[in-house]
Ligand binder design. Structure first.
Ligand code: GDP
Ligand code: MG
Length: 373
């Protein structure tokens, strides 16, 4: 917008709004505190204070890249069952990390004993021969973005609520995320080992926020767990399988892979590395790929156990090497027909990013609206 509110203008200049209003009156403009004034007027007023006003240009949002990339179009007869992709959500300290650890621990096989070190931002576990893929909630600033984007690839969200603390702000945020993404929830009432645990209160509070569990006549599955003691973990995993079976999750393994980047970094020895969730199709070493603004040919793939693999199908998490640059978490990932196509698409996207950056550097926020002469 090219309009500025009188009050904001006064604040930026560092004077009382009344002073600005008086100056406006002198210009023949009758304006109230919350009224908008146009840039030309702002410029005149600012000049009186020895300040040069800079025009704020807010560009239209870039149109979505119309890529020539293939869409997920599959014949129903090509589809086969795939494993659920699960995200763990919840308020800080309610036990998300502990729960993922407990899940990994329960499912660790003899050969992996002591090898529960997490290699990539996702883990695969098997219960009664059925695979479940868990996306690991990242910490810090990446958290919100990835969770928001993560919802797009998530089939089921586990909502962890500490039984001694109840529904908290990030619990509500998680509920809203899951609702917006239309991802079914399974509630894990955690820390039931604690003396002051009150699972009933949790259920009541959830009901107040529109999450009605089965016990309460709703359709949301709830499981009581203690991530610390490893209690209720098997039951939770069984519930995940049950809920995923109702979703009839399917994918086509016989097509080039499409997926999403869930984390990435520039590794000193290995160059750009990224963890991708393959959502449909098969990904093999040697494939030409595009991931966001990056491209490359898959040089190596490492699974969540730290093992090298050469081929993975739908609902798999692997770390890939061979990209030209570091993609962003949330970027779409796709096999293309050859290196040349991959490079061309990536370069076009890089160009778009450069154009966008140029525009946003011209865009000036209210903070920067004025420059002292
Ligand atoms: P996050 O922030 O949601 O990832 O929570 P964490 O997994 O880091 O757990 C926060 C704290 O709660 C840690 O001190 C855990 O040891 C503790 N905690 C997690 N689960 C349980 C549980 O089932 N019982 C008890 N008593 N403590 C737990
Ligand atoms: Mg954590």
């Amino acid at each position: 917008s090219e309009k500025t509110i009188v009050k904001d203008l006064a604040e930026r200049i560092g004077v009382e709004p009344n002073e600005i209003i008086m100056k406006l009156v002198n210009l023949g403009i009758m304006a109230a505190v919350n009224q908008e004034i146009d840039f030309d007027t702002v410029e005149i007023i600012a000049e009186e204070y020895g300040i040069k006003a800079i025009k704020e240009t807010i560009e239209e949002e870039e149109e979505e890249d119309e890529d020539i990339l293939e869409q997920i179009v599959d014949n129903p007869e090509d589809l086969v069952k795939r494993a659920p992709i699960v995200t763990v959500m919840g308020h800080v300290d309610h036990g998300k990390t502990s729960l993922l650890d407990a899940i990994r621990k329960t499912k660790v096989t003899a050969g992996e004993a002591g090898g529960i070190t997490q290699h990539i931002g996702a883990s695969e576990v098997k219960i009664n021969g059925e695979k479940i893929v868990f996306l690991d909630t990242p910490g810090h600033e990446a958290f919100t973005t990835l969770r928001a984007r993560g919802a797009e690839i998530t089939d089921i969200a586990i909502l962890v609520v500490a039984a001694d603390d109840g529904v908290m702000p990030q619990t509500i945020e998680a509920i809203n995320h899951a609702k917006a993404a239309e991802v079914p929830l399974i509630v894990a009432v955690n820390k039931i080992d604690k003396p002051n645990a009150n699972p009933d209160r949790v259920k009541q509070e959830l009901a107040e926020h529109g999450v009605l569990i089965e016990e309460w006549g709703g359709d949301v599955v709830s499981v009581s767990v203690s991530a610390l003691k490893g209690e209720g973990i098997d039951q939770l995993l069984e519930m995940i399988i049950l809920v995923s079976e109702m979703q009839e999750l399917k994918a086509n393994p016989n097509r080039p892979a499409i997926g999403t980047i869930i984390e990435s970094e520039l590794n000193k020895g290995r160059g750009p590395v990224a963890t991708v969730i393959v959502q449909t199709g098969t990904l093999s070493v040697g494939d030409s790929v595009v991931a966001g603004h990056t491209h490359g040919r898959i040089r190596a793939m490492i699974n969540d156990k730290g093992e090298r693999v050469t081929k993975v199908g739908p609902s798999s998490a692997v770390e890939i090497q061979g990209l030209s640059d570091v993609p962003e978490a949330g970027d779409r990932f796709q096999i293309v027909k050859d290196d040349k196509t991959a490079r061309k698409i990536a370069e076009r996207r890089q160009q778009k990013i450069r154009e966008k950056n140029l525009k946003s550097s011209q865009r000036v926020s209210l903070e920067d609206l004025f420059e002292q002469i």
